[in-house]
Design a protein around this ligand. Sequence first.
Ligand SMILES: [Zn+2]
Length: 288
Amino acid sequence: MPEGDAVWRTARRLHEALSGRVITDSDLRWPSLATADLRGRTTVAVVPRGKHILHRLDDGLTLHSHLRMEGSWRTHDPARLTLRTLRAADVRAVVGCATATAVGLRLGMLDLVRTVDESRLVGHLGPDLLGADWDPDQAVANLLRQPEREIGAALLDQRNLAGVGTMWDAEVLFLQRVWPWAPVGELGPEELRAVVVRVQALVDASKVRRWSVSTGSDRAGEELYVHGRSGLPCRRCGGPVRLSTIGRAPQDRAMFYCPTCQGGLGPQDDGRRQRPLGEGRAGPSRNG
Ligand SMILES: [Zn+2]
């Protein structure tokens, strides 16, 4: 799942490549947009909102996309763009100007809406970690609306706060030494506030890096504390980091954690030995 900082980096790259320029190439491979043609319009701005990307045009329309689990936008030099890239089966959108071509791959959502109606798409989101509307107290109040919910699941709910994916969820709960399955109401407002302030700081610091980093080191394999590191030694206590699940099916998600540092095994974790996901690999952190 893309994290807020990865979406922010994607939107910034698109903004730098396309804003202020006339669209000369448009191909939206999406059933509801088959006849839409963006050519002749000028890109005003490309902005992130939580995990949504809002590509605003000068005629009052917004091309809205969401990366969902595995989508991405890549920008290419049109002179070097090959037909093979453009014809790939996973291409969902091509939007180009004279100097850059953006190619959307495996997008989870694509719509064209009036810019004034953007709130219908993103109005349900809680305060955005990287937005002007960021408000830790509001995020805490939103979390406390469901006091019985597990903190690790509540942080992923974009209606509470927007921009946390499974990676930042795991990292911030490790850093704050919080058991991911603890009910929100048991943590209390002070501890919850510390968690949301910390996760905002982590995501904000990571947005200007090439990929997400929580440890301060962007060397391969050193970027994160627990996410993607099951079976490997905890960087704090040396005990094995573990992988379990958080939330209820079908919305259950992977949760990496250290039982020693974070208060014990998760309810679904049998404690059996887990093998590392891949020796020498960076893990799932290189998300754009
Ligand atoms: Zn530990």
